[in-house]
Design a protein around this ligand. Structure first.
Ligand SMILES: [Zn+2]
Length: 259
């Protein structure tokens, strides 16, 4: 069956002498592995559209055994990412996570749009890389359905406390007055490990805003650099613990960021 799809190349791995295997996240079929014959040749008609981070229209011969690329037309290439190694490293991480949470035959247009929005802002240099990461992670947490209840302490219900502990796996806040404390590393009777994140009231408020903001306002983060930094660390810890794996692309991004 020949299908026309619109999608983002999240990964491109060399295979054979001049071919590539693409991981496409498409609007129509979710995640697809697509064989791109001759994609590495300079003269290939797929040269641009088969590059990592390319977004465009793809015509694919979809068979039980293999999906083969027939036509490709890049609409956006996010060229800005090629000029900035830190931005490219973050884009790599976001694409790897997007690929991880995407499922074959189950399109998720909103999650794809979130990634495209973040890649665009990053590529154009409109926001600081860490801010893009923060927004991508918090909003993805919401998309995955594991978003914590940040409306207040889950015991007393109060939302005006200066500090809370966020229980990552239960998605609950506990204020210090109700016994909130750092339980990281401790184990429940059933063997599950506790992971907690200390968050100030300002950080809880800001995280809530990032999640609930309209798309056009989702990058409005607090001005305080300290709050922004901890918001970025919190989203990462929360997301990575729920995805239950580590990312070399994330480690590389953090290494570059620390230089
Ligand atoms: Zn409380």
């Amino acid at each position: 069956m020949v299908v026309s799809v619109e999608g983002l190349v999240c990964n491109a791995v060399n295979c054979g002498e001049s071919d590539k295997m693409l991981t496409l996240i498409t609007r129509q079929y979710g995640k697809m592995s697509v064989y791109c014959r001759g994609g590495r040749r300079i003269s290939s008609k797929f040269m641009t559209a088969s590059q990592k981070f390319s977004y465009g229209d793809y015509v694919i011969n979809k068979t039980d055994r293999l999906n083969i690329l027939q036509e490709a037309n890049a609409k956006i290439s996010f060229f800005g990412l090629q000029k900035d190694i830190r931005a490219a490293a973050l884009a790599d991480y976001m694409c790897e996570v997007l690929s991880d949470v995407s499922v074959e035959e189950e399109p998720d247009v909103q999650t794809l749009d979130l990634a495209l929005n973040c890649l665009y802002v990053l590529s154009e240099g409109r926001r600081e890389a860490d801010d893009v990461k923060t927004v991508f992670e918090w909003r993805l947490i919401e998309r995955l359905g594991v978003y914590p209840d940040l409306s207040g302490c889950h015991i007393c219900g109060k939302a005006d406390k200066p500090w809370y502990y966020l229980d990552v796996m239960n998605g609950e806040l506990t204020c210090r007055d109700c016994g909130g404390k750092d339980k990281s590393g401790k184990q429940e009777d059933d063997g599950t490990a506790h992971i907690t994140i200390l968050m100030s009231g300002a950080e809880v408020y800001a995280a809530n805003r990032v999640i609930s903001a309209e798309k056009s306002k989702m990058f409005s983060l607090p001005a305080d650099p300290g709050v922004k930094k901890r918001l970025c660390e919190a989203s990462e810890k929360y997301l990575i613990n729920h995805l239950e794996r580590s990312y070399k692309t994330l480690e590389f991004y953090k290494e570059i960021s620390s230089l």
